[in-house]
Design a protein around this ligand. Structure first.
Ligand code: ATP
Ligand code: MG
Length: 560
């Protein structure tokens, strides 16, 4: 499979790369995508993936997938595997597959180099003491009493830290930079901490000494020969530390860190801590719940890699913080599925219709195109029988002229079939319409009825041949555009949309949908785009609504 083409949209990062190629600073571009395997990837990660892999493709370079696995107690192999799957599903191939833990030995040796150069020291301060000594944005920090420890003692202690002789929290290795630096990140940051008893998903129990992200990341980049290390804006203040580390140790090159703004999306959350809570506390069915902003959730919902890549290209890459409207993402999937999803008929709220002048044993096989514009998608056969279902919403006893559906004593066209006229609505004891008695006009198949106009067209299925199905209708997971805004912590459950999932269990589908495989997408005419959920079985079909045909939220928001 070839990798996707990106539209060569320029941005400030590509301009930097263009210059670096023009000046001969680099001949080949190498980027990396560095997820921490402590959760599933989300649509924000997709922005970073499309940026890093897209640049690699457009500049005929390459991109590595590197797991930043320095924080083993929150990480696991399930997350590693899901990340690999999601990057591949988005259509990208990595050059090297690495783990930061592949470099633990080298990182350790660079730390000894720092100690020997007097650039790092073993500190006995507790976490609280370190915090208290760090100072604030307006006040300088104070130096640790252990800062001037002799090199030999530092080396000995650091080796004992590695050998497991020292307890968790008893000591750290810290960079020796500048406690008075206006940049708090340069105030002798911790480089290594002791963690006994964790089983690392890659290195098992080999290490009880773990390097910090800010130390690991620049060295991993340099060891792989990354040319441009692209990360989100919160690392801007860490860049001086990134550069400091690379300047002190004998790495083969000095990659350039460039920051861009994170993607924020309305009506959802993107922090892995918040997403983890939604999963762990059962507010959603799992990481791949179709309401989640995860790649796995979007895939299950029916999003395509093309639509997600299109979205990431449309939002662009800048340094400006912004929040993107959900409608943009929805627009991308509508666009993609409009071109590619075969049309089918499905009745979500069935109302029985008896066509009285249609023989009881007759089955008329009608041919219906799978796409109104794309003939290459072919057609399917739709059976018409005496009893059919239409949607409850497509019938009114009385209605204004604007209502272009079926009205008592009025006419409507059945999509791909004939014009019918309703002359009786049968009600149950509660006054609810339970059946319509109609007749059809045999002269109206593919032809206008003689002497009158029938404006409305509705979808339908044969009652005798329809397949019953469950259809899951999804809405936004949150009712607030910025869930949790103005509140502390990771709990966003108060802002959850109670109606984010509505399950319809008595839907009726046209029989050609019977063979549809998991993940296949269709347009249910007049309803929206739907795909087959992994829960679906031949006995019990289950469809997810990916998106409605039009942006219903735009109307709701205008009204407010
Ligand atoms: P969180 O802060 O929720 O834990 P993270 O940024 O730590 O997320 P990582 O797994 O470390 O998640 O991210 C891997 C890469 O994806 C990083 O380079 C990060 O900058 C990028 N990334 C994460 N979230 C976003 C986002 N919302 N928009 C753009 N890039 C993102
Ligand atoms: Mg991170």
């Amino acid at each position: 499979m070839s990798q996707p083409e990106t539209r060569a949209l320029t941005n400030f990062i590509r301009q930097i790369i263009d210059r670096d190629l023009a000046t001969g600073k680099h001949a080949e571009i190498l980027t990396r995508f560095p997820p921490e395997p402590n959760g599933y990837l989300h649509i924000g990660h997709a922005k970073s993936i499309v940026l890093n892999f897209g640049i690699a493709l457009d500049y005929r370079g390459a991109c590595n997938l590197r797991f930043d696995d320095t924080n083993p107690h929150k990480e696991n192999v399930e997350f590693v595997e899901s990340i690999k799957q999601d990057v591949a599903w988005l259509g990208y191939r990595w050059k090297g597959l690495y783990f930061a833990s592949d470099y633990f030995e080298q990182l350790y040796r660079f730390a000894e180099e720092l100690i020997l150069k007097g650039k790092a020291f073993v500190c006995d301060q507790t976490a609280e003491e370190i915090r208290a000594y760090r100072g604030t944005l307006t006040e300088p920090g104070r130096e640790s009493p252990w800062r001037n420890r002799p090199v030999e003692e530092n080396l000995d202690l650091f080796r004992r830290m590695r050998a497991g002789e020292l307890a968790d929290g008893s000591r750290t290795l810290r960079a020796r930079i500048d406690m008075a630096s206006p940049n708090v990140n340069l105030r002798d940051p911790v480089l290594y901490r002791i963690r006994h008893g964790v089983i690392h998903h890659q290195t098992g129990t080999e290490w009880c000494l773990y390097p910090m992200y800010d130390y690991t990341h620049p060295i991993s980049d340099a060891l792989e020969g990354i040319t441009h290390s692209l990360c989100t804006l919160e690392f801007e203040d860490h860049r001086p530390l990134y550069d400091w580390v690379l300047d002190q140790v004998s790495v083969p090159c000095h990659p350039r860190q460039i920051e861009f703004s994170r993607l924020n999306l309305q009506y959802t959350v993107m922090s892995k801590r918040r997403l983890t809570r939604l999963v762990d506390e059962g507010f959603v069915g799992g990481w791949d719940d179709p309401r989640m902003p995860t790649i796995a959730g979007l895939r299950r919902r029916g999003y395509t890699p093309q639509a997600i890549r299109d979205f990431c290209e449309r939002i662009g890459v800048t340094k400006a913080d912004n929040t993107v409207e959900m409608s943009l993402l929805e627009d991308c999937i509508r666009n993609d599925l409009n071109a590619r999803a075969p049309r089918r008929m499905a009745v979500l709220h069935p109302l029985r219709v008896v066509i009285e002048n249609f023989a009881d044993d007759r089955v008329e096989q009608l041919e219906a195109p799978s796409h109104p514009k794309d003939q290459s998608m072919g057609s399917r056969v739709v059976p018409l029988t005496r009893e059919i279902y239409i949607d409850r919403d497509d019938f009114r006893e009385e209605a204004l002229r604007k209502y272009k559906r079926l009205v008592l004593n009025g006419e409507v066209r059945l999509r791909n079939a004939y014009v019918i006229r309703c002359h009786e609505a049968i009600k149950d004891g509660q006054g609810e319409v339970v059946e319509l008695r109609c007749t059809y006009d045999p002269a109206t198949l593919g032809a206008n009825p003689a002497g009158r106009k029938v404006a409305g067209v509705i979808h339908w299925v044969s009652a005798a041949q329809a397949l019953p199905a469950e259809v899951r209708l999804y809405d936004r997971l949150f009712v607030q555009p910025s869930p949790g805004a103005g509140r502390d912590g990771e709990d966003v459950s108060e802002d959850l949309n109670p109606d984010s999932l509505r399950t319809l269990t008595r839907c009726m589908l046209e029989p050609s949908l019977g063979g549809a495989g998991h993940g296949q997408s269709f347009q249910f005419e007049r309803e929206g785009y739907f795909c087959v959920d992994p829960d679906s079985t031949p006995e019990r079909l289950v469809f997810n609504r990916t998106v409605t045909l039009r942006d219903t939220w735009a109307k709701i928001e205008q009204r407010d």
